[in-house]
Design a protein around this ligand. Sequence first.
Ligand code: ASP
Length: 338
Amino acid sequence: MRIIQYVCLSLFFISIPLLAESEAPTDKGPVAIVIHGGAGTILKENMTANLEEQYKAALKEALIAGYHVLINNGSSTDAVKTAIVILEDSPLFNAGKGSVFTHDEKNSLDASIMVGNDLSAGAVAGVEVIKNPILLADKVRTDSVHVMMSGKGAEEFAQANEIQKVDSKYFYTKRRWIMLQKAKSKDEGKAFIPTDEANNFKFGTVGAVALDHSGLITAGTSTGGMTNKRYGRIGDSPIIGAGTYANKNCGISATGHGEYFIRAAVTHDICALMEYKGLSINQAADHVINEKLKAMGGDGGVIGLDANGEVMMTFNTAGMYRASIDTSGNISIKIFKD
Ligand code: ASP
């Protein structure tokens, strides 16, 4: 059954170019992948059938492409990058192409990635001309002695390392532009979690966590941050331990109101509860998202995998764009609460 599914997926997606499989695993443990496209006030009554289909199709494309890397013996890092690049290239999500606008009418992007076996991590914050910030974050991880780079310095590093740059106009989308104008007219000077009033959406950050055949877990997150943000505001997404964390036992990517996720060190806290208290990934995430974060007033969600490939998708909002393929090859693509 599983072999047939692998073959079908491979044949169907044979044309998807794989990223360099620099960390190709050798052993044959189970593989799994989970992705998100943001959490927030996502209600079925405010969503058209057509838009719902578009979101599901984009999630599916990213999920299957990441899974394709894993079943072809690629690393979890390459699977995470492959899935996130597809979400970054979609105008639907608040990351890469679909990023929200800052108060100064620019797009300022953040991303991070962490690999569980060696705790290596890379992050970029406030970049304005990088097409796929997740690829730059990974370059910081692999080709520098640092963990985090920001702004112009990060872009210089991108130039020196052949990471694709684009004209800042590339990030213009009418939908996000209108969102900024609405935010500005409503509350001058305040940063907003991106809200699409027509659909009452919030958030839109993207993330992925994968487990490869060798047991390696990687987690990554990419975002445009908050509509109308100013003063170089940076959220949780590029902060290791807040928006992204991975170790040998778990990998987590977060989405939500960044200020709360930073103060609660959400992704590290979940992994720490697993390590120090022996909680399962779903118990740990439930405690952090539905109890601790909620008590602080923080909205959002997390996705994750443990070393056995147990899938976790936990949120305290009305919905979260999310999808997974578990170790048995079962696919799940969901937006709203069950
Ligand atoms: N966490 C992101 C930030 O605060 C926003 C999001 O997840 O949508 O920048």
